[in-house]
Design a protein around this ligand. Structure first.
Ligand SMILES: Cc1cc2nc3c(=O)[nH]c(=O)nc-3n(C[C@H](O)[C@H](O)[C@H](O)COP(=O)(O)OP(=O)(O)OC[C@H]3O[C@@H](n4cnc5c(N)ncnc54)[C@H](O)[C@@H]3O)c2cc1C
Length: 336
């Protein structure tokens, strides 16, 4: 475990923004984490995984700590689920691919999401109709106040739409060190998401395997999302706003084309991409950043942009959408 001074974080964030960390440390074990935190004393700490959900708006005066604890193993099965443990430092996409190689279904809808496994619970990652909470049994985390490793059950994680207790009351309080996932032995494809069902139907496969579902998800993602290695981005930049039925009804009168999905609690989730597109931002740039031409929800770095430019575009898009629809957009990534 080595603490390095004045490290450029550009290679460690997918928006490819420049920022200098005054101290930087990669931890391979819980002991490494404890030692780095002890050496940092009262200094500021930023836990950084793959940097695919952060906006580095300025230099960071403090310790950037990367939990790179490895390991993935089958713990056993309980007759209903296979239990799998994945270290926080494992790439999430590689962990999903590994389960599929073993022939285990359960994670296929969450294929190809960038970042490290330890960050997956922070915003309860989700895609194609499945969120992490559906497959997480519990997690292990180092409590920065007590210095102890403790477990959080799924209920204790208090998951919501792109939300968890780790973004709220416990923000900056714990370092997630491992996930315990539960994969159903009696696997069934989850094809509730229309685009995915259509993609599979078009292949003519009527009894898809987990691999088939993953292949369809990967093809859809590759078609819609830019490769961050080529065009820096953080995936969807805004959450889909959730409104009540009255607001939705009013919106539909003024904007009959508004795209909304009814939720089980009666609320309606609006398609943020549609709102941004209608507000005129699809494919439009502001300085060296812009909203992606194939998916208006994705903010891209056209090359050499700074965090300040990202924040300026964020504010401009939010203002346009608010002015046109009276709806507030909430950004997904953490601004540092
Ligand atoms: C092209 C692209 C597509 C994407 N698609 C999706 C998608 O379909 N669905 C989706 O939900 N997200 C998506 N994302 C967002 C992102 O991939 C996820 O949020 C991912 O889980 C972030 O992982 P990370 O390791 O990069 O986290 P980071 O960006 O490094 O960190 C994100 C947050 O988690 C905290 N954190 C990181 N690791 C830990 C840890 N071990 N313990 C405690 N806190 C930690 C950080 O402090 C920060 O607050 C996409 C991003 C990109 C670039």
């Amino acid at each position: 475990m080595k603490v390095i001074e004045n490290v450029d974080l550009r290679p460690f964030n997918t928006l490819q923004l420049p920022a200098i960390a005054s101290r930087y440390c990669e931890a391979a074990s819980v002991d490494d984490l404890r030692a780095a935190l002890a050496a940092n004393g009262e200094g500021r700490v930023l836990i950084l995984g793959g940097g695919s959900n952060v906006v580095l708006a300025q230099d960071f005066d403090g310790l950037v700590l990367r939990p790179l604890l490895r390991g993935r193993e089958l713990l056993g099965d309980d007759g209903e689920y296979r239990h799998v443990r994945v270290g926080a430092g494992e790439s999430w996409a590689d962990a999903v691919a590994w389960t599929l190689e073993q022939g285990w279904g359960g994670l296929e809808n969450l294929s190809l999401i960038p970042g490290l496994s330890g960050a997956a619970p922070i915003q309860n990652i989700g895609a194609y109709g499945v969120e992490l909470e559906a497959v997480l049994d519990r997690l292990e985390a180092l409590d920065l106040v007590s210095g102890e490793v403790r477990e959080f059950t799924r209920a204790e994680c208090r998951f919501g739409y792109r939300d968890s207790v780790f973004k709220r009351e416990l923000a900056g309080r714990v370092v997630i060190t491992a996930l315990r996932l539960k994969l159903p032995l009696d696997w069934q494809p989850r094809l509730g998401y229309r685009e995915l069902a259509d993609a599979l139907a078009s292949t003519g496969i009527d009894r898809p395997s987990p691999r088939d579902v993953a292949d369809a998800v990967i093809a859809l993602r590759q078609r819609k999302l830019p490769d961050w290695r080529v065009l820096g981005n953080a995936g969807s930049f805004f959450k889909n706003p959730v409104v009540n039925t009255d607001t939705y009804a009013t919106l539909r009168i003024a904007h009959p084309g508004v795209v909304g999905h009814q939720q089980s609690d009666g609320s309606v989730k609006l398609a943020a991409g549609w709102l941004i597109e209608q507000a005129g931002w699809k494919g439009r740039d502001l300085g060296r950043v812009g909203m992606y031409e194939r998916q208006a929800l994705v903010l891209v770095n056209r090359g050499g942009a700074t965090g300040a430019e990202v924040l300026a575009l964020r504010d401009a898009v939010r203002a346009s959408v608010h002015e046109r629809f009276g709806v507030d957009l909430e950004p997904e990534p953490l601004v540092v």
